[in-house]
Design a protein around this ligand. Sequence first.
Ligand code: ADP
Length: 294
Amino acid sequence: MSTMIAIPSFGRAVAAPVTERVQRTVPVRAAAAMHAPVSAVSCQGVTKEFGANGTRTLALRGVDVEMHDGKLTLLVGPSGCGKTTLISIVAGLLNPTQGTVSVFGTDLSKLSGRKLVEFRAHNVGFVFQQYNLLPALSAAENAAVPLIINGWPRAKAIAKARAMLVTVGLEKRADNFPSQLSGGEQQRVAIARALINEPRLLVCDEPTSALDARSGQTVMELIKQVAVEPGRAVIVVTHDSRVYDFGDRIVEMTDGRISSERAADRDAESAWPRRTESASYKGLNPISVVGGAQ
Ligand code: ADP
């Protein structure tokens, strides 16, 4: 006889014989391994050199770091320490000079040309500090751009973009142009665009630094709520200490190296006061509800 049991973290149901289930004992080491964090991003010995001879800059001096599945990792450190260089390499936008980077088990150095572009298009979403929306396109059209680039028919792409704008709380703004939206709303459109392909890795470079306190908090709540789940990972570069409260792990860089790594301190005082009413995105589902990518 068999019965269905759920694997809680993935919500999948598998058949297992009741007798086997009752008798099975989990060895301590195996149980510990089950709880070990799963690596979403793994960097080993990553260096990056810009320029040559007289103008040579060593932006990364040997970075070893793991970023975990289902977690929001904050990458912090002073200006010029290499944060943007590191996330550009992790996102496959820049090649390292030395070292290896793997994203959800794929070694990026093994991909080149079209394969790397395809990997990026299906697995990585990017959110920029200045939103980078196209001014002549509406919010829905901006959010649909990655799908249209991937060959989706326009009407289908716009329909999915509209659904994604519902997820980020902007359904009423779908036909507005960027100039008709506030900074926080533009960043939410940019998040919708970054998530439209349901990427496993979302990389955000200073997503709140151009926003006022309330919009910044809204954007971080949104990222946390819709993009952090098992099978996905989020990296947020920030020097905004108000964002610290939203991270699961804090990775600190100094002068091209990782100088510390720690779990976020949940009891830390946040400079953004916690809202007493339920947050704007409570009850919204993660991005996978929007529908499968083509
Ligand atoms: P952060 O994001 O922490 O401010 P960056 O990764 O942007 O730091 O830069 C790290 C170092 O690399 C800095 O000294 C910067 O001037 C240098 N750098 C970054 N990009 C380039 C480039 N394209 N050409 C030359 N130097 C660069």
